[in-house]
Write a protein that binds this ligand. Structure first.
Ligand code: FA5
Length: 350
């Protein structure tokens, strides 16, 4: 019996050394310690021994059992460690000794103005929402009081997917979802809807110094009892003075958008030419920047908000044009150029 114990111990040692993965180790565990394992069989065989033999051999077999369990565990840890090392060495290696004076990344100018605007509106109690770039016809047009075949659609041709969805032509496409998301809190708890939602927009149109087919807008909505045009003008003025940190000449003129009534065009005096006229402002001296207006009752109704009780304003800030004006970029197409030399020169604190 003693010999058998020694043989088993040696066999275990050899098998453990040969094991190359965790599956091998599991097989070894079953072969030695499982219900039908060889050490378990030794323990079962003790009943046939005399009382003296049982005493001396029993202690030996139990020692072998603990030895086997411990060695198997040790080998499992060893192999697990090796697997991790293998995974690490398969990963791309970074040279942590590389000097830190490498060229540093920077934010895109549109990201910079977007973040500035988000900070300004957050400080005035607005939440910042995210919205998808692919939307339905309902989100982009129908929920905004623009039924099929409405002439206003001609101004915003975009790119259509085979399934009928489209790349959003305006951030207004999120208005309906925002009204539905926060309308309940407004109606039940009287909490005003105050949200901005920046996003990329797409239009199938010719490009020039102030038009791109892919550009950013930032929508804003506020809905509560007794919201008026004065509130709208206050928020627009605050936003512009905070972004530019200086007085900017603006003009408000009537504008038509089926989802607001009344609607306005908010233009700023072109900061590239100082208002004298250049390619960036189509030689008019003014740049259309932030159309806005009072949300049309049909849009509120469609979003589940009672227009007899609540009113609100919405605006659609042209973020890409804002970046042009803020950083003196003459041609909007430079912003999508991927030219790092020109795009990486702007910083937050300019
Ligand atoms: C709209 O897109 C409306 N959704 C804005 C709105 C929202 C009105 C809420 C009322 C209430 P418009 O097509 O004018 O409107 O675009 C809004 C702004 O986006 C423009 O003033 C301009 O700053 C910017 N913009 C529009 N088209 C382009 C373009 N092709 N390239 C760059 N910027 C553009």
């Amino acid at each position: 019996m003693d010999e058998k114990i020694i043989d088993l111990q040696n066999e275990l040692k050899t098998k453990l050394l040969k094991a190359t993965d965790l599956m091998d180790l599991d097989k070894i565990r079953v072969a030695f310690l499982g219900k039908k394992g060889s050490i378990t069989a030794l323990l079962k065989g003790m009943k046939d021994l005399s009382a003296d033999e049982r005493k001396s051999l029993g202690a030996e077999i139990n020692r072998l059992k603990s030895y086997a369990a411990q060695k198997i565990e040790e080998r499992i840890s060893e192999l697990k460690e090796k697997e991790i090392e293998k995974e690490i060495s398969a990963m791309p290696q970074f040279d942590i000794s590389t000097p830190a004076d490498m060229e540093r990344g920077s934010y895109h100018p549109i990201t910079l103005v977007q973040r500035q605007c988000e900070t300004i509106f957050r400080s005035m109690g607005f939440t910042v929402e995210d919205y998808s770039e692919i939307v339905t016809d309902y989100e982009c047009f129908e929920s905004l009081n623009i039924p099929k075949h409405h002439p206003a659609r001609d101004m915003q041709d975009t790119y259509y997917l085979e399934n009928g969805q489209l790349l959003k032509s305006q951030t207004s496409a999120a208005q309906n979802a925002i009204l539905k998301k926060y309308g309940k809190n407004l109606i039940e708890n009287g909490v005003p809807i105050k949200a901005i939602f920046p996003g990329r927009c797409f239009r199938n149109e010719a490009t020039d110094a102030c038009h791109e087919n892919t550009f950013f807008q930032m929508e804003g909505v506020m809905v509560d009892r007794d919201i008026s045009i004065s509130n709208l003008i206050f928020f627009m003025k605050t936003m512009l003075s905070e972004v530019f940190q200086k007085d900017i000449k603006v003009r408000l003129r009537p504008g038509f958008f089926p989802f607001v009534e009344p609607g306005f065009e908010l233009d700023i005096s072109c900061l590239i030419c100082g208002g004298t006229g250049c390619a960036s402002c189509k030689h008019s001296g003014w740049l259309e920047l932030c159309p806005c207006g009072m949300i049309h009752p049909n849009v509120l109704k469609e979003g589940g908000v009672d227009p007899d009780k609540y009113t609100g304003f919405a605006f659609g800030l042209g973020l890409t044009r804002l970046a042009m004006m803020k950083y003196g970029i003459k041609d909007i197409r430079d912003l999508n150029s991927g030219n790092l030399k020109s795009l990486s020169q702007f910083t937050d604190d300019e």
